[in-house]
Design a protein around this ligand. Structure first.
Ligand SMILES: Cc1cc2nc3c(=O)[nH]c(=O)nc-3n(C[C@H](O)[C@H](O)[C@H](O)COP(=O)(O)OP(=O)(O)OC[C@H]3O[C@@H](n4cnc5c(N)ncnc54)[C@H](O)[C@@H]3O)c2cc1C
Length: 320
């Protein structure tokens, strides 16, 4: 049985979904959770439900906004006190930045963007996609502990019968140390929707959207099914959607339960970002579009006809 620290980010009053996925998968190990700042009661209850034996709020100056140096200095000091075998975090924008820094500080191994793992005893065996998901590597970490692991959001899935932990709460004072580059202000987007990397359902539009205003068609469907809207690079480069919405090799990597690609041809660079989606639906006028070779369900048709029909049907089905 390994002693594992899971670093969690908070989203409002809740722990990020990927943290709960990780906790659920770690059942049977001693799991503690650390967050920077106060952990709200709702998040504490969720973390305990998914197996956290202890939840640490790390407090200190200059930690109100993420900074690579501040967070890594603070966590380094805390991790040293805990005797952890492993430190896990989501492969989010912050996790992908933070854990390699920590691994370097500990001169320890890191398995990044892992999509599945098992333990034999307390030895970690992970799987991670390589070359944009064209093949998979089996990963073990050797060398000094703790070992560091980032997990791709939505890849593990939620444990539907998690083993609860004690959920004791603790506070620790940590020092952000010297910070050379600090974020002064975060300007939030207007959307309250989940970030693409965390979304369970994504409706994406491609070049065929023709105009930014036409994304309204996708937003209406997204609203009904509780999805986040994404875009191909062609749509982004054409100015129809911001880069934050781009899925693919030079955009975000997503693993939703359902990915609906509307007017997207299925170029390899787009597939690189969404091929690990559980179910892919493609809507395209061209029956030979490469996306159909990857899609679980394909609809040959005009998205401006098909998407409103889907919205209407889902509305009726879901009673909305
Ligand atoms: C280094 C590099 C990195 C890249 N990174 C990314 C990336 O991160 N993400 C990404 O997406 N791309 C990326 N690309 C670009 C990629 O190669 C493709 O050019 C891009 O994905 C194409 O976007 P698209 O499918 O929207 O457009 P297109 O390839 O033009 O496809 C549009 C599709 O819409 C269909 N269509 C047209 N009208 C309709 C309609 N009314 N209803 C339904 N279907 C219709 C057409 O049949 C066609 O299949 C990258 C390229 C390079 C070289």
């Amino acid at each position: 049985m390994a002693k594992v620290l899971v670093f969690t980010e908070l989203h409002g009053n809740h722990a990020k979904g990927v943290t709960l996925e990780i906790l659920g998968k770690l059942a049977g190990h001693t799991i503690e959770v650390a967050a920077i700042g106060a952990v709200p009661a709702e998040a504490t209850a969720e973390l305990a439900k998914f197996g956290a034996s202890k939840i640490h709020s790390l407090k200190g100056g200059n930690l109100d906004k993420y900074s690579p140096e501040g967070y890594s200095n603070a966590l380094e000091a805390f991790i040293k006190t805990g005797g952890f075998d492993y430190v896990f975090a989501g492969a989010t924008s912050i996790g992908k930045d933070l854990l390699p820094r920590l691994a370097t500080k500990f001169d320890a191994g890191l398995a990044s963007d892992v999509t599945n793992f098992t333990f034999s005893g307390d030895t970690f065996n992970g799987t991670r996609p390589l070359f944009s998901g064209k093949c998979f590597a089996k990963v073990e970490i050797t060398g000094p502990k703790p070992h560091f692991v980032t997990i791709r959001p939505n890849a593990l899935g939620m444990n539907t019968a998690p083993t609860a932990g004690a959920g004791a709460t603790a506070e620790a004072n940590v020092d952000a140390g010297a910070i050379r580059a600090m974020i002064k202000e975060i300007v939030k987007g207007t959307s309250e929707k989940l970030d693409l990397t965390e979304a369970n359902i994504i409706v994406s539009g491609g070049r065929a959207m023709k105009d930014a205003a036409n994304f309204k068609v996708l937003e209406e469907l997204a609203e009904v099914v509780g999805a986040t809207v994404g875009a191909s690079r062609a749509a982004v480069d054409s100015g129809f959607a911001p880069h934050a919405m781009q899925v693919g090799q030079t955009g975000k990597t997503v693993s939703p339960s359902l990915y609906i690609a509307c007017g997207i041809s299925g170029a390899i660079q787009h597939l690189a970002g969404m091929r690990s989606s559980k179910v892919i639906v493609a809507i395209n006028t061209d029956p030979d579009a490469p996306i159909f070779t990857r899609a679980d369900y394909g609809i040959v048709g005009d998205l401006f006809t098909v998407v409103p029909l889907l919205t209407q049907e889902f509305k009726a089905l879901l009673g909305k």
